[in-house]
Design a protein around this ligand. Structure first.
Ligand code: LMR
Length: 328
């Protein structure tokens, strides 16, 4: 960056933070990558910001940076460890460098819906996962829901064979790479903010994501259509650095923790509806949504489920059994 550009960038960042923050308040920067409207994470982050700024006025202030304007998910956790950002909510697929425990959430067809994911996360096993990265300086505070993933591509996807030979953007997760290889497709890990351009220019042919992300990023505009596979999930961990969390005065930490828990409960209960609304908005905007018959969907299960065995060692057969029991 030139000096002028650096000064401008610093001024813009400081200006945004200054809008909500008074002298003496603890500044809480929250960086995320999605849009703010009609999106489970965007809505939850905005609500959290509102409540913190109203109820903790004088003690703390929060500034949310959505749409990858501050960091991409591949930078944000390092920035957090440097103390440059205090909260983030990357998808569970983005913690590979820090823990392998979250791989269970990427295994295809592991959870039948978000209620099952919720039940698993609120179990003792799920809650213990929030502390799985403390050795690496990160602490999970709350799980936030997005929804079930769907496949889209630049040609109709009906059978698993339709995906063979295509390039699919995936989040940077070994499980998702293996999942696409199981379909005979070529997985391309890529930052979320680059996916629209990559689909538009044909750098990749397809992608997998939730209705709210497909709508929010307008992927449907540059794809032939979306097939309702519900083959996996995208969920988040609201995460902070232990150093920062421990440095907070106890009353500030308790109040922030309580507000975050209340926002989590309120917004997690709405995530499925937010995604359903996004699906309807895609259809209303002219996007093509394809349904599978139960028999067609079973072919996708048969093609992808074999990847479980590759990752059993990382996620534990007991955890897989617990997740499957919840599905019953
Ligand atoms: C993605 O990279 O596709 C998602 O993790 C983005 C998000 O935060 O939902």
């Amino acid at each position: 960056l030139t000096t002028a550009a650096t000064v401008l960038a610093l001024t813009v960042t400081a200006g945004a933070a200054a809008a909500a923050c008074d002298d003496g308040e603890i500044v809480i920067k929250f960086s995320h990558v999605t849009n703010t409207d009609k999106h489970p994470k965007g809505i939850a982050a905005t609500l959290l910001q509102q409540r913190v700024n109203e109820e903790m006025n004088g003690k703390a202030c929060m500034e949310v940076f959505p749409n990858s304007t501050l960091y991409n998910d591949d930078q944000v956790l390092e920035a957090m460890l440097q103390g440059d950002v205090q909260l983030a909510a990357p998808s569970l697929s983005k913690f590979e460098k820090f823990t392998k425990q979250f791989r269970i959430f990427d295994l295809p067809f592991m959870f039948k819906n978000i209620s099952a994911v919720d039940a698993f996360q609120t179990s003792e096993t799920g809650q213990a996962m929030k502390a799985s990265m403390t050795r690496r300086g990160l602490l999970g505070l709350e799980f936030w829901h997005n929804g079930m993933k769907q496949f889209s591509a630049n040609k109709p996807l009906e059978t698993p064979g339709d995906a063979a030979g295509l390039k699919f953007r995936v989040q940077p997760s070994d499980v998702l790479v293996a999942q696409m290889r199981a379909l005979g497709a070529s997985p391309q890990p890529m930052a979320f903010s680059e996916v629209y351009g990559a689909l538009q220019t044909g750098v990749v042919d397809g992608q997998e994501n939730t209705w709210s992300n497909i709508y929010g990023q307008k992927f449907f505009e540059v794809q032939d259509g979306i097939t309702e596979t519900n083959h996996g999930i995208i969920d988040y961990l609201v995460v902070t650095s232990i150093d920062w969390w421990d440095s907070l005065p106890a009353d500030v930490r308790d109040q922030l923790g309580t507000i975050l828990r209340e926002v989590t409960e309120a917004r997690n209960a709405e995530s499925t509806k937010v995604n359903e609304d996004a699906k309807q908005a895609i259809i209303a905007a002219g996007g093509v949504v394809r349904q599978l018959t139960p028999e067609q969907r079973q072919d996708w299960v048969d093609a992808m489920k074999p990847v479980w065995s590759e990752f059993e060692g990382d996620v534990g057969t007991d955890n897989i059994a617990a997740a499957q029991k919840i599905n019953e």
